[in-house]
Design a protein around this ligand. Structure first.
Ligand code: COA
Length: 150
Protein backbone atom coordinates (compact mmCIF):
# COMPACT_ATOMS: atom_id res chain seq x y z
CA UNK A 1 0.00 0.00 0.00
CA UNK A 2 1.56 3.24 -1.14
CA UNK A 3 0.54 5.97 1.28
CA UNK A 4 1.99 9.47 0.95
CA UNK A 5 2.08 11.96 3.78
CA UNK A 6 1.66 15.51 2.50
CA UNK A 7 1.59 18.88 4.18
CA UNK A 8 -1.78 20.57 3.70
CA UNK A 9 -1.41 24.34 3.76
CA UNK A 10 -5.02 25.31 3.27
CA UNK A 11 -8.26 23.50 3.86
CA UNK A 12 -10.30 22.64 0.78
CA UNK A 13 -13.78 21.13 0.69
CA UNK A 14 -12.43 17.59 0.32
CA UNK A 15 -10.35 17.91 3.49
CA UNK A 16 -13.14 19.67 5.41
CA UNK A 17 -15.66 16.98 4.42
CA UNK A 18 -13.20 14.26 5.44
CA UNK A 19 -12.67 15.94 8.83
CA UNK A 20 -16.40 16.17 9.49
CA UNK A 21 -16.94 12.49 8.57
CA UNK A 22 -14.18 11.51 11.02
CA UNK A 23 -15.59 13.67 13.83
CA UNK A 24 -19.02 12.11 13.39
CA UNK A 25 -17.55 8.59 13.24
CA UNK A 26 -15.61 9.17 16.48
CA UNK A 27 -18.66 10.68 18.17
CA UNK A 28 -20.69 7.59 17.20
CA UNK A 29 -17.95 5.21 18.36
CA UNK A 30 -17.64 6.92 21.75
CA UNK A 31 -21.39 6.97 22.26
CA UNK A 32 -22.00 3.47 20.92
CA UNK A 33 -24.19 4.69 18.10
CA UNK A 34 -24.32 2.26 15.18
CA UNK A 35 -25.51 4.76 12.58
CA UNK A 36 -27.05 8.20 12.83
CA UNK A 37 -30.30 8.68 10.96
CA UNK A 38 -29.80 10.73 7.80
CA UNK A 39 -31.58 13.80 9.16
CA UNK A 40 -29.42 14.01 12.31
CA UNK A 41 -26.29 13.29 10.26
CA UNK A 42 -27.13 16.17 7.89
CA UNK A 43 -27.87 18.52 10.77
CA UNK A 44 -24.54 17.83 12.50
CA UNK A 45 -22.73 17.99 9.16
CA UNK A 46 -24.11 21.45 8.33
CA UNK A 47 -23.37 22.74 11.84
CA UNK A 48 -19.77 21.57 11.57
CA UNK A 49 -19.35 23.03 8.10
CA UNK A 50 -20.08 26.40 9.66
CA UNK A 51 -17.53 25.85 12.43
CA UNK A 52 -14.62 24.69 10.26
CA UNK A 53 -13.65 27.50 7.99
CA UNK A 54 -11.30 27.37 5.04
CA UNK A 55 -8.74 29.57 6.77
CA UNK A 56 -8.80 27.51 9.94
CA UNK A 57 -5.16 26.50 9.57
CA UNK A 58 -3.63 29.25 11.70
CA UNK A 59 -0.12 30.65 11.73
CA UNK A 60 2.23 27.91 12.95
CA UNK A 61 -0.41 25.16 12.81
CA UNK A 62 0.60 22.03 10.90
CA UNK A 63 -1.78 19.79 9.02
CA UNK A 64 -0.68 16.55 7.39
CA UNK A 65 -2.81 14.43 5.12
CA UNK A 66 -2.28 10.72 4.42
CA UNK A 67 -3.09 10.01 0.78
CA UNK A 68 -3.67 6.72 -0.99
CA UNK A 69 -3.91 7.18 -4.78
CA UNK A 70 -4.61 10.88 -4.21
CA UNK A 71 -7.53 10.07 -1.91
CA UNK A 72 -7.32 11.34 1.67
CA UNK A 73 -7.48 8.45 4.17
CA UNK A 74 -6.16 10.18 7.30
CA UNK A 75 -4.91 13.44 8.72
CA UNK A 76 -3.10 14.93 11.70
CA UNK A 77 -3.60 18.50 12.87
CA UNK A 78 -1.23 20.03 15.38
CA UNK A 79 -1.43 23.58 16.70
CA UNK A 80 1.43 26.03 17.13
CA UNK A 81 1.09 25.30 20.88
CA UNK A 82 2.13 21.64 20.15
CA UNK A 83 -1.34 20.39 21.07
CA UNK A 84 -2.40 17.59 18.75
CA UNK A 85 -5.93 18.64 17.91
CA UNK A 86 -6.81 15.77 15.58
CA UNK A 87 -5.40 12.46 14.46
CA UNK A 88 -7.68 10.32 12.38
CA UNK A 89 -7.41 7.40 10.01
CA UNK A 90 -10.52 6.38 8.08
CA UNK A 91 -12.01 3.27 9.66
CA UNK A 92 -11.37 0.80 6.84
CA UNK A 93 -7.70 1.86 6.64
CA UNK A 94 -6.80 1.48 10.33
CA UNK A 95 -4.19 -1.00 11.63
CA UNK A 96 -2.12 -0.70 8.48
CA UNK A 97 0.49 1.66 9.83
CA UNK A 98 -1.00 4.91 8.50
CA UNK A 99 -1.46 6.45 11.97
CA UNK A 100 2.18 5.62 12.67
CA UNK A 101 3.28 7.33 9.43
CA UNK A 102 1.39 10.48 10.48
CA UNK A 103 2.77 10.34 14.03
CA UNK A 104 6.35 9.84 12.78
CA UNK A 105 6.00 12.90 10.57
CA UNK A 106 4.80 14.97 13.53
CA UNK A 107 7.58 13.78 15.83
CA UNK A 108 10.17 14.48 13.11
CA UNK A 109 8.99 18.02 12.50
CA UNK A 110 7.65 19.35 15.78
CA UNK A 111 10.07 20.61 18.39
CA UNK A 112 9.28 20.24 22.10
CA UNK A 113 6.73 18.27 24.05
CA UNK A 114 3.49 17.25 22.33
CA UNK A 115 0.19 16.99 24.17
CA UNK A 116 -3.09 15.35 23.20
CA UNK A 117 -6.48 14.57 24.65
CA UNK A 118 -6.69 10.89 23.72
CA UNK A 119 -9.97 9.14 22.95
CA UNK A 120 -10.39 5.92 24.99
CA UNK A 121 -9.69 3.77 21.91
CA UNK A 122 -6.50 5.62 20.99
CA UNK A 123 -4.69 5.49 24.38
CA UNK A 124 -2.68 2.34 23.53
CA UNK A 125 -1.68 3.85 20.20
CA UNK A 126 -0.27 6.96 21.92
CA UNK A 127 1.47 4.83 24.58
CA UNK A 128 3.28 2.98 21.78
CA UNK A 129 4.39 6.36 20.53
CA UNK A 130 5.90 7.32 23.91
CA UNK A 131 3.06 9.46 25.24
CA UNK A 132 2.61 9.34 29.01
CA UNK A 133 -0.82 9.11 30.58
CA UNK A 134 -2.04 12.05 32.66
CA UNK A 135 -5.41 13.15 33.94
CA UNK A 136 -8.53 11.18 33.00
CA UNK A 137 -11.44 13.41 31.98
CA UNK A 138 -15.09 12.88 32.83
CA UNK A 139 -15.83 11.54 29.34
CA UNK A 140 -12.98 8.96 29.70
CA UNK A 141 -10.63 10.82 27.39
CA UNK A 142 -7.10 11.04 28.79
CA UNK A 143 -4.64 13.92 28.76
CA UNK A 144 -1.34 12.58 27.42
CA UNK A 145 2.06 14.08 26.77
CA UNK A 146 5.12 13.08 24.82
CA UNK A 147 8.29 14.54 26.30
CA UNK A 148 10.85 15.63 23.75
CA UNK A 149 14.26 14.03 24.16
CA UNK A 150 15.99 16.29 21.67
C1 COA B 1 -5.71 6.16 16.60
C2 COA B 1 -5.58 5.99 15.10
C3 COA B 1 -5.29 7.34 14.46
C4 COA B 1 -4.42 5.03 14.80
O1 COA B 1 -4.26 4.92 13.40
P1 COA B 1 -3.86 3.54 12.69
O2 COA B 1 -3.59 3.83 11.26
O3 COA B 1 -4.89 2.49 12.98
O4 COA B 1 -2.51 3.21 13.46
P2 COA B 1 -1.40 2.11 13.08
O5 COA B 1 -1.90 1.19 12.04
O6 COA B 1 -0.13 2.82 12.82
O7 COA B 1 -1.22 1.36 14.44
C5 COA B 1 -2.29 0.63 14.99
C6 COA B 1 -1.97 -0.84 15.08
O8 COA B 1 -1.66 -1.39 13.79
C7 COA B 1 -0.44 -2.11 13.84
N1 COA B 1 0.25 -1.93 12.56
C8 COA B 1 1.10 -0.96 12.23
N2 COA B 1 1.55 -1.15 10.98
C9 COA B 1 0.93 -2.23 10.47
C10 COA B 1 0.96 -2.90 9.23
N3 COA B 1 1.74 -2.47 8.22
N4 COA B 1 0.14 -3.95 9.07
C11 COA B 1 -0.65 -4.37 10.08
N5 COA B 1 -0.72 -3.78 11.29
C12 COA B 1 0.08 -2.72 11.49
C13 COA B 1 0.32 -1.45 14.93
O9 COA B 1 1.28 -2.31 15.50
C14 COA B 1 -0.78 -1.18 15.89
O10 COA B 1 -1.14 -2.36 16.54
P3 COA B 1 -0.76 -2.59 18.00
O11 COA B 1 -1.44 -1.44 18.74
O12 COA B 1 -1.32 -3.90 18.33
O13 COA B 1 0.73 -2.50 18.01
C15 COA B 1 -6.88 5.37 14.47
O14 COA B 1 -7.16 4.17 15.12
C16 COA B 1 -8.10 6.27 14.54
O15 COA B 1 -8.31 7.11 13.67
N6 COA B 1 -8.94 6.06 15.56
C17 COA B 1 -10.21 6.75 15.72
C18 COA B 1 -10.05 8.20 15.95
C19 COA B 1 -9.33 8.48 17.22
O16 COA B 1 -9.65 7.95 18.26
N7 COA B 1 -8.32 9.34 17.08
C20 COA B 1 -7.57 9.85 18.18
C21 COA B 1 -8.28 11.08 18.64
S1 COA B 1 -7.33 11.78 19.90
Amino acid sequence: MDVNIKLIDSLDDKVINFMIEQYIELHNAINNIENLDQKTYNRIYRAMQKIISKDDVGEGDILYGAYLDNKIVGYAYIGSDNYLRDLFVKKEYRNKGIGTLLMNEIVKNVEGNISVTASPMSIDFYKKHDFLEGEVNANNTVEMERISVR
